[in-house]
Design a binder for this molecule. Structure first.
Ligand SMILES: Cc1cc2nc3c(=O)[nH]c(=O)nc-3n(C[C@H](O)[C@H](O)[C@H](O)COP(=O)(O)OP(=O)(O)OC[C@H]3O[C@@H](n4cnc5c(N)ncnc54)[C@H](O)[C@@H]3O)c2cc1C
Length: 479
């Protein structure tokens, strides 16, 4: 959205909005003092679930997963890691990356191990177009270090705060019909079992272990290094545009065919969706306007707060105020455009459904969301290519990913109770790091290599030292 569309905040900052200039403020002003606002704000947004009170110990990014581990270990090399695992003993250990998962993968009362000190690129192989990196490397650092070598990752998720090992452990992905999730570019891994044994696997050496360890939920051992396929550094041209929802749903498959990266966000109760495309760009000029995401969220929340009790009126007002003509463009290095910041916190569920069912499924999800007056956070719809990792939600299946968010501090139980059944109807495989309530029997039916993974896990970690209560339940491990 161009700078000409900027509006002025009451504090004098320039702000950018999907609503026509100043409209968000106008909505607020129109309803202030009418008596409507008190009821709407209190009843619609009454938090019943997450609290954000800081607690001692460890918490995830959104504050809903927490624990007080007996010890937090930050080894600087494999020898220190082996010592930490020995010290943890039979009580066991869990790894933590950047703590950006919503599910309880990390919490443990035993030992928590962070590889934050095992970070950075170890070696590059120009001929093979691979780099080997320490598993604790954050994606943001990795992109910057690769760039200095004229290299880049093929694709990235929405943010780049994650550690590499944490990201692949849950099959973190971006968007693009021909672009698989991050772990599909992993051609080698180095893993330390809870017993301290170091195992190397690659596409040539022990490929079965690689296929299992690429997406392991941190249950096979501690990944210490990864060898990753990279590409020459490249630039992208990003375009952001608004379309009426029906047009976006009709055109989404064609837009995904046409563009390197395509995704859309549905803006609840507006009838509009924001499309984002990225295409290779070989020019030299760079254009990077500040992100409008936060302003958009503020506008959507404001509409919800004031008109949440009156969905028809909310839709009507949004229809009048939204500026469907707005567009935004940027040209820059791939990693500067593919990942952005998410200052406003949320809780999230995401499911990956067969590509052919993506639009039918998202229609049902949108209808369910709009039966709730409290929803305002945009829904995200992406395309991901199939791969062959055993626990990859994209295993042998080109997919569409549908993600629903609830603002931090607001109810999020409906993500499971109301959206979960729709995902299940379409054979959806949940994002391992995002909220879901599937258990071993349902997962076994969704993953052809489920039992192979469980057998390998039991072989590498017979005492279940790398399991926490959440994983025991997920895997159906009772011993
Ligand atoms: C704001 C936000 C935006 C997001 N955007 C996306 C997105 O665009 N696409 C997407 O797919 N996901 C996205 N996610 C989800 C996120 O990418 C995943 O949950 C990811 O796993 C988080 O990485 P982390 O480093 O924080 O790992 P953590 O959440 O800390 O850990 C995840 C798992 O990795 C394991 N682990 C960590 N380090 C190791 C290690 N060295 N060895 C073995 N196991 C290890 C942990 O034990 C755990 O099981 C987003 C999350 C947030 C909060």
């Amino acid at each position: 959205m161009s700078n000409d569309d900027n509006a002025q905040t009451p504090h004098g900052e320039r702000r950018r909005t999907v609503l026509k200039a100043g409209a968000g403020i106008a909505v607020t002003a129109a309803f202030a003092g009418s008596g409507i606002e008190a009821r709407a704000a209190a009843d619609v947004a009454a938090p019943t679930a997450a609290t954000t009170t800081p607690a001692p110990g460890w918490t995830n990014w959104s504050g809903i997963a927490r624990c007080t581990p007996k010890a937090i270990e930050t080894p600087g090399d494999e020898a220190e890691l082996a010592a930490a695992l020995r010290k943890a003993g039979a009580a066991g250990a869990r790894c933590v990356g950047a703590g950006h998962s919503f599910t309880a993968l990390v919490p443990t009362e035993a030992t928590l191990i962070s590889l934050d000190r095992m970070s950075g690129i170890v070696a590059s192989d120009a001929q093979a177009q691979t780099v080997t990196l320490h598993a604790g490397t954050r994606l943001a650092l990795l992109s910057r270090q690769l760039d200095t070598q004229g290299l880049g990752l093929r694709n990235l998720p929405d943010i780049d705060a994650q550690s590499f090992a944490g990201a692949i452990a849950t099959a973190t992905h971006g968007t693009g019909k021909d672009l698989p999730a991050l772990h599909a570019d992993v051609v080698g891994l180095r893993l330390m079992t809870p017993g301290g044994e170091v195992l190397d696997c690659s596409t040539e050496r022990n490929p079965e272990l690689l296929a299992a360890a690429r997406v392991s939920l941190g249950s096979l051992g501690v990944i210490t290094q990864a060898t990753v396929r990279v590409v020459p550094a490249f630039n992208l041209h990003r375009r952001v545009f608004l379309k009426p929802l029906e047009a976006m749903l009709d055109e989404a498959p064609a837009l995904a065919e046409k563009h390197r990266n395509f995704e859309f966000y549905y803006l609840p109760f507006t009838g509009y969706a924001a499309g984002i495309t990225n295409d290779l760009y070989t020019g030299t000029d760079t254009v990077q306007s500040p992100s409008a995401d936060e302003d958009m969220l503020r506008d959507l929340k404001r509409l919800r707060d004031w008109l949440g009790w009156f969905p028809s009126l909310r839709r009507w007002v949004a229809g009048k105020l939204i500026d469907g003509e707005q567009t935004e463009e940027a040209k820059n290095r791939s990693w500067k455009l593919l990942s952005t910041q998410r200052p406003t916190k949320f809780n999230e569920t995401e499911c990956h459904v067969p590509r052919a069912d993506g639009i039918a499924c998202v229609r049902e999800v949108i209808a369910a969301l709009e039966r709730r007056n409290d929803v305002f956070f945009p829904l995200e719809f992406r395309f991901v290519k199939a791969d062959d990792a055993w626990l990859s939600p994209f295993h042998a299946r080109d997919s569409c990913s549908i993600a629903v968010h609830a603002a931090q501090g607001e109810p999020y139980d409906y993500l499971l109770s109301e959206i979960g059944p729709i995902y299940r109807k379409y054979q959806g495989r949940p994002h391992w790091g995002k909220l879901h309530d599937l258990k071993a029997p349902q997962l076994a039916a969704l993953y052809p290599r489920w039992n192979d993974f469980l057998a390998l896990r039991a072989r590498l970690d017979p005492e279940g030292r790398m399991l926490n209560p959440y994983l025991r339940q997920l895997f159906g491990v009772t011993a």
